[in-house]
Design a protein around this ligand. Sequence first.
Ligand SMILES: NC(=O)c1ccc[n+]([C@@H]2O[C@H](COP(=O)([O-])OP(=O)(O)OC[C@H]3O[C@@H](n4cnc5c(N)ncnc54)[C@H](OP(=O)(O)O)[C@@H]3O)[C@@H](O)[C@H]2O)c1
Length: 283
Amino acid sequence: MDTIQLNNKATMPLLGLGVFQIPDQELCEQTVSHALNTGYQMIDTAASYGNEKAVGNAIKHSGVAREEIFISSKVWIQDAGYEQTMKSFEKTLQNLQTDYLDLYLIHMPYGDYHGSWRAMEELHRSEKVKAIGVCNFLEDRLVDLVLSHDIMPAVNQMEMHPFYQQKELRAVMQKYDIKMMAWAPFAEGSNGIFTNQALSEIGEKYGKSPAQVILRWLRQNHVITIPKSVRLERMQENFNVDDFELSKEDISQIEKMDQDESLILDIRSLDEVYRLHDIQFEQ
Ligand SMILES: NC(=O)c1ccc[n+]([C@@H]2O[C@H](COP(=O)([O-])OP(=O)(O)OC[C@H]3O[C@@H](n4cnc5c(N)ncnc54)[C@H](OP(=O)(O)O)[C@@H]3O)[C@@H](O)[C@H]2O)c1
């Protein structure tokens, strides 16, 4: 499994399985088991996904040693702030049945995320978390966070796919050596991405699917990614992207697909601020 070194010298796999939108506990447990059997070494969950326990069960029953699996989870807006983040973190550890996390992320740039960051810095210093980072922080909020605290985020987990390539944000992140972790690498299937002509034509040259072309393009850009699938054959397909290399021409073809705007989560829209603040759950 290809890995990448973070700005705090920890390493993480470049490919993992995301488990967003798998609320069914049995299905989630089975999905994570299949992923671990396939060879995935990273699982990305979140308090708000409601499936941390299922992820923990699958890991526990897998027979794979804890140190062999990179677990990432996130604190939700309802738990923003120092105290609440500390409490939510403890619940996350309990749910996942582990005593440390490999990566802990602020899920949204809303609420008292500066308080959350102070909690995360402390968790990192006490070695309960190997790396800390954020999600959905565009340039302004990301740099504000960097300038306000001691520890730099190691990653920023962002919507990134061929239609939204985050070129400007990535340039800012590069300046601080913050690694890009792409969520929704397939744009959640929107815009006909799995039958896109340009991606299909590139894939045909190598006997690969559009999904594999996208994951290879991310890999060659050193972008960490966490495609989600509940289907074993797709998980295997998404895992098998090590045996071909996209040419410069292929890459520049994919770069031309960029529409430079979100298809899924426009983080600065007022509707999203209201919608996301409304999401509350029992962890
Ligand atoms: N931090 C954040 O705010 C945030 C937001 C969204 C997501 N995420 C993380 O990123 C992960 C991935 O993003 P996502 O789940 O939103 O979307 P995604 O990975 O872009 O797309 C998932 C969709 O693609 C399908 N799929 C997967 N592999 C396929 C293949 N090889 N061929 C055809 N269809 C395929 C899946 O269906 P099946 O399952 O039926 O195969 C599912 O409908 C999440 O699970 C989560 O961990 C983070």
